[in-house]
Design a protein around this ligand. Sequence first.
Ligand code: 13P
Ligand code: SF4
Length: 360
Amino acid sequence: MSLIMLKDITLPQEFVTPAPQSAEQLQHDQSLFAAAKEAIKKHNALLIAHYYTAPLIQKLAEETGGFIGDSLEMARVGKDSPLQTIVVAGVRFMGETAKILSPEKTILMPDMASECSLDLCCQAADVKRVKAEHPNATVVAYANTSAEVKSLSDWIVTSSLAVELADYLKGRGEEILWLPDRHLGSYIANNAHTDVYCWPGRCVVHDSFDAAAIKKMKEENPGAKLLVHPESPAEVVALADCVGSTSQLLAFTKNDSASTYIVATERGIFYKMQQANPQKTFIEAGIAARQGVSLDGAKCPWMSLNSMAKIIECLESTGEQRAAHEVQVPAAVREGALKPLDRMLAFAAALKSGSVPSDL
Ligand code: 13P
Ligand code: SF4
């Protein structure tokens, strides 16, 4: 079986930058917003949204006592919440992670077709084959993978922990087989000063950030700082003032004194960055077409599948329609994926407390 190449991945829709909203559209969106609020209340549900979802979805999470965060925080909050119905507005691996950690809860997703190119690039059958070629390596999978790939892994990490985990495993003398993002793989190898066997996957959004375009933007905006997610190419990372997960980039903007930032991550994050720093200016970093993938801006085509109408639908529908929104993970896969996910949460907690035991 051959690996799925980036050029063979079909994007869910032709993404075009939305035109400014008409008064009728705004009115329509506001009534949908009110209906979604009602549905969340009626079903006693928790809305967990990723930073890359549309601003109105993030606002809905804020106004209903929900949560907005990076993928690690989403996993933690879903697990700790006492609520039994959780709506995950993000991409499929985030919904699956919530289900693996809380199998007794009902995990709903606005659109089950919300994939991720990293997940699509990394099929379980290929992982089994590559694992067999590297029997002594410790398999470390990025959270952006399917439940089945997680079940084949020793560790799961998100971008906020990846370098620290590589460093930890290096300290234990372990060889790493890293899945599936090649740029994050090279970032951890460079920063933890270790070598990794690296899968060739890419994020269609972050892979598109273009060093030449960004250099030009820096010249045109002297004093602007560059924020970069580590799924971006090494030549973009090399220009950065801050490299980190979505939450880490957001935290940087709150604690830093610059007035302008060029942001090399998905544009949904602008909602929280602007809210936290109303006086600052945020500019989207330049992109270029890559390997046959051409986006109209730094917008994840799969995150864009989340909408207000679909949030209402996933809560209010019944029967088959409802089942189409409910995340299911087969018991055997869940059992295998739980161990590395629990390890990730334990590692994150130990890092926070300042002492990581050597035998996690
Ligand atoms: P974070 O872990 O930083 O939220 O990233 C998730 C993601 O999908 C990045 O593209
Ligand atoms: Fe996946 Fe990239 Fe979209 Fe994040 S931005 S969900 S890594 S395709």
